[in-house]
Design a protein around this ligand. Structure first.
Ligand code: DGL
Length: 287
């Protein structure tokens, strides 16, 4: 059992830069907390990997983060949350609380929908897990219906970090078309990368459709959990942030600085074990 120190950082991880959308909301709500962010960029993307592989990665990263010092872990990746959250929570009971991204979004979507037709855009791994069907059914007491669209390409297109081009626009249009056809009035962004192209998604779905992402709800959950555990940092201080990546640290530094709009001075490379059997890192997508 690790000593729980109020001044230990909150740890946040994702396969790449997507979790920065969650970190951002945490920085807005909890500027006095320290944060450690880990991007598993050497094994990006997670979106087509198997549940067993994602659970293995999540366990390994959780141990790295605990070794670095963490009082709470946020799994800021829907694919990893869908595959690993219940097991990880159970395994780390008594050591550190673990917060994931699927349930808060489902609760927001259940509260937002008026016609009960809720869309989801997520990675193939997240859609295949059925985690959103279960979470939405629970949050809406079985009243809302989920229309899920899997996109293998959108997160990698965002992760490359280039200008939004024709391919990204077409990818978003392809994902949104069946949701428009189904008449959804609410769409869950079921991948933490997607808020980085929110304007494009919003234009494609139109003003009447509510777009749900989980950053703010996660930040509120982190705050509640820290308060409940008596480990919130003292309010009158300014937090410090550290960034770790398993892949190219300079590529992560550049991309992270742009997406977070926060000058990141340094990214430390932390090696991870098995590259797994999933798709290899696409060219140019090192961060
Ligand atoms: N940001 C991740 C998610 O929320 C994953 C994208 C990926 O690695 O494929 O699912």
């Amino acid at each position: 059992m690790l000593p729980v120190d109020r001044e230990l950082p909150v740890a946040v991880f994702d396969s790449g830069v997507g979790g920065l959308t969650v970190l951002h909301e945490c920085l807005v709500s909890l500027p006095h907390e320290d944060f450690t962010y880990f991007g598993d960029t050497a094994r990006f993307p997670y979106g087509e990997r198997s549940p067993g592989e994602l659970l293995g990665f999540a366990r390994e990263i959780a141990e790295i983060l605990l070794e670095e010092g963490a009082k709470l872990i946020v799994v800021a990746c829907n694919s990893a949350t869908a595959a690993a959250l219940p097991a990880l929570r159970e395994e780390l009971t008594g050591r550190v609380p673990v917060i994931g991204v699927v349930a808060p979004e489902s609760r927001l979507a259940a509260a937002a929908t008026r016609n009960g037709e809720v869309g989801l855009i997520a990675t193939p791994a997240t859609v295949a897990s059925g985690a959103y069907e279960r979470a939405l059914a629970e949050a809406s007491h079985g009243k809302a219906r989920l229309h899920a669209v899997a996109s293998a390409d959108l997160a990698p297109l965002i992760q490359v970090g280039g200008e939004v081009d024709r391919r990204t626009v077409e990818c978003v249009e392809r994902a949104c078309a069946p949701l428009r056809g189904a008449g959804v009035d609410t769409v869950i962004l079921g991948c933490t990368h997607y808020p980085l192209v929110r304007p494009l998604l919003r234009r494609t779905m139109g003003r009447e459709v509510e777009i749900i992402s989980s950053g703010e709800a996660i930040a509120a959950e982190v705050e509640r959990e820290l308060e409940a555990g008596g480990v919130a940092a003292p309010g009158a201080r300014r937090g410090a942030y550290r960034f770790l990546a398993s892949g190219d640290p300079e590529a992560f530094r550049r991309l992270g600085t742009r997406f977070l709009q926060l000058p990141i001075a340094r990214v430390r490379q932390v090696p991870v074990g098995s590259p797994g059997t999933g798709p290899a890192e696409p060219a140019g997508a090192a961060a």
